[in-house]
Design a protein around this ligand. Sequence first.
Ligand SMILES: [Zn+2]
Length: 372
Amino acid sequence: MKYSDFCRTDIEFLEEDQFREACLNLPYRRIFLILSQQAAERYQMNELVEQMQQRYQMVWMKQSVSYPTQRMLHIGLSMLSDFEPEVVLSVGGGSAIDFAKAMKAFGGFEEVPSIEMITELLQKKEIRGSRMDLIAVPTTAGTGAELTKWATVWDDAGNVKYSIDHDTLKPDKAYIVPAFTAKADKKLTISTGLDSMAHALEAYWSRKTSPLVRVLSKTSVEMTLANLQQILENPADILLREKQCTASVLSGLAFSMTRTTASHSISYPLTMGYGIAHGIAVAMTLAQIAEHNHGAFPEEDALMVLFVKYGGIRRYLEMICGETVSLNLRDYGIAEEMLEEIAGKSFTLGRMDNNAVELNQQDVIQILRTTY
Ligand SMILES: [Zn+2]
């Protein structure tokens, strides 16, 4: 029997000093640390890293790995050419955790794989899954990367994105430190908050939805609705941040069972071609997808009623984005003539066909027009 577990990641919520304590008492001797120099400053981790260096054998990747590519993976794997870590500890946003998963997926070769070889492995989805454990420490609340068994690698040439997906890539441990997420600026708080909401909504109406998924999703949406706006007004409030971290863990658990649907599928060419932040690109089409899905998924009313007092999903999203970010494609330098081409690139297998209703290219063009 093929058995897929619900959640094998050990999730721990920690205060900052508890996190430091945990880092100094890891049951490992050889650690590969992924933490950008910038993040080390921002989360005041330089001293902690020094202490860790005294305690463990450690290789530290300091480069930023946002939107990881084959070239970055090659650099990371080169650092492990004569060092075999027992664990990879990744502190950062969704990209840093995705990078750690990719390192695990392609680690353990006798010789460091070249960029071409990594590209080939990505294309063939050939994942070896090296033995090292994985500890994820997300510094934003929303991507859910600490709970899923897949990751995205972006092509160096910028034309395609690769998905890697393997049971061994689900992190063994997730340390959730709400205080870290309080350092996110307004824009990042919005985009990750809306990404979490998208994971919840899409899991709810996905073809793989279930009663359990819907309870997790609905609770997550309720918590985001109750907290995200307040966080934007009180960004340093750790209790509010902790609630948003909880909402993100719940949506992460939900979509780790279902994967995402049409809004994520449509978002990829927007991020890849026009640099629109992932959570914003996803949020752009959520309301339209909800309309398309009307009548096609169970317990719809229980979900939609949550948005009534805000005047619907679109109005809520616009309220959150306010003057800070735009949800309209025209504000990102996209010419209206490009919408057809973007629609053509919107069909990611396993995402678009996981939506409650089937969408064709004309539907997607129409959806993009309404968000133009
Ligand atoms: Zn997402």
